[in-house]
Design a protein around this ligand. Sequence first.
Ligand code: MG
Length: 419
Amino acid sequence: MSSQESLGVTTFEIYYIKEHFLSTLSLEFQNQLVPRYRMSLRSFTKPVRSRSRSRLSTFSSIFLRSFSHISSQFTRPSFGIAFDIDGVLLRGDAPIGGSPQTLRKLYDDSGVLRIPYIFLTNGGGFRESKRASNLSEVLGVNVSPLQVVQGHSPFKHLVNRYENKLVIAVGKGEPAAVMSEYGFRNVLSIDEYASFFDNIDPLAPYKKWTTTKGANHEKTIADITEKKKICSERVEAAFIVSDSVDWSRDIQVLCDILRTGGLPGREFAHQPNLYFAHDDLEYQAAFPCERFGMGAFRIALESIYNRIHPHALQYTCYGKPNPLVFHNAQAVLKLVSSIHQSKGAANTEAHHFKTLYMIGDNPSVDINGAIQAGSPWFSILTRTGVFKGRENHDKYPADLVVDTVEEAVDYIFKKEGIS
Ligand SMILES: [Mg+2]
């Protein structure tokens, strides 16, 4: 039996898990990992079958330690749950639908996990570790960074292409910190980047807000040599990590970058690559009606770009409903489940989920994605967010429609015979 067979996962899943797991660690901790460990993780993507059990044990033991809160006494369930966040568990920062007490049902009395679950959100802007910490605080349960899969998480797979090339990160939160955590070494937030170009935003003097400037920014902006270097260095790609805060400035600067081959103010040239973490048109925040999301920003940018440039904008969108997101989620849930049953040792039998539940509020994103991913996904639509209909959604009907996430989990427990 090969190493990955002993864990019951495929080479692709090991690759994803390895990439995902490394990204959940802080850079400082990654650097502390002995090179042997990092190499052993890298080696999983190639000659997996020739790897020794000792290397697998190294991987397993480090990974398992991060899940020390998982119960080892509960029989491993044949199902897992993926929760959307906005409009299902939270509205803004406030819990909804009985989410705290619902998530507590997934843990035993001593607070250890008994049902494998993850958060599968298109949202983002913060590192997975930071988001896990925030969710733990707001929802009152112990969330591991591995359980947080965000819209921008797949960007980590593009590190090899852009590792040392200048890339721009756009969005609320800490978009450049997210990309740095993934391994991008030459990344600037669009706030920082725009600040190097005099008068690039003619509306800036009229804006009442200021952007947060880190220590690195203050040091470089005072350095005229650095400014010249940045202004003459070609931007190789732009990543929309999270929702744009200043649409007018961001659309202006992105058009400058994209139509000039990555050198704002210069002549037209080939468009650099453009990536969106997702394409949600709307999402449910604290306001009673839905708010414009990254998909709305994409439409605005694309419409303007296509009016000022002879060639249509080229871009790639990640996030739900892309079925690949659900396949990745399945890989993470499988790992959580494997550890859950065999804490402290590699599992000795392959494990296949009979059912994976996707609980979401957005038919075109959560339900559409689960439908496209197919078996073993089972979709549950809540009425606490984007969807507020009485019956099922016409275009993307869910397998089940409920009022709240609590009702959804109660249904799952009943169906699965869990008390
Ligand atoms: Mg949602």
